[in-house]
Design a protein. Structure first.
Length: 200
């Protein structure tokens, strides 16, 4: 899933440079004047990155991971970094700056094992796409039609079936808040999922 994934971080602190983000003496809702030359925003944020394999073990042995990365699967995952954030509506995503994994700590703590496993597989496909120089978030396409998403979902659905999930369970997995029911059905049909049929 595209980070999916979006989250926002605002860090207010004392900075060396002086630059206003709004005009001086900008009025607030009560009509008072605010001296914004005394407000500073430090935009130089240090992102805390962790080793992927410190938190996600065994993925180098997964057949789908080996299919995605080939013989370089173990080395790639050993070098992969992960960033955690606390936005509740986020899931997982991949940084379009350097290709590291981005994971919601809320998602990590509260989602079921299969969902987490499949989400990681999905995002690892995006990591490989980034490594291959593909544009992950091509805005010419809607999410459910985007080539990078179709490819990632193809691997994910194949793996879901390998671990024994039914099409109904996979269909439930595909339902996310940023896709309408109609878009979800279109994606499912494109992936060969039997929409609305009990295949258990």
């Amino acid at each position: 899933m595209k980070f999916t994934a979006h989250y926002f971080l605002l860090l207010l602190t004392v900075a060396k440079s002086k630059k206003n983000v709004l005009p001086d003496n900008f009025p607030n809702s009560t009509g008072e004047r605010i001296m914004l030359d005394k407000i500073k925003i430090n935009r130089n944020i240090n992102i805390n990155l962790h080793k992927f394999m410190d938190y996600f073990q065994g993925f180098e042995h997964s057949p789908v991971t080996q299919k995605v990365f080939g013989e370089n699967a173990k080395e790639t995952l050993e070098n992969l970094k992960v960033e955690f954030f606390s936005f509740r509506r986020g899931y997982m995503g991949v940084s379009e700056d350097d290709g590291h994994l981005i994971v919601s700590s809320y998602h990590l703590k509260n989602s079921d094992d299969k969902t987490l496993y499949l989400d990681v597989i999905h995002e690892l496909v995006h990591v490989k796409q980034f490594m291959d120089g593909k544009q992950l978030f091509d805005e010419r396409f809607e999410y459910h039609d985007r080539p990078t998403e179709i490819e990632a979902y193809q691997y994910t659905v194949e793996e879901a079936r390998r671990i024994g999930m039914t099409d109904e369970e996979i269909m439930d997995y595909l339902r996310v808040w940023w896709m309408t029911d109609e878009d979800t059905k279109k994606l499912a049909e494109r992936l060969g999922i039997k929409v609305g049929q009990d295949t258990s």
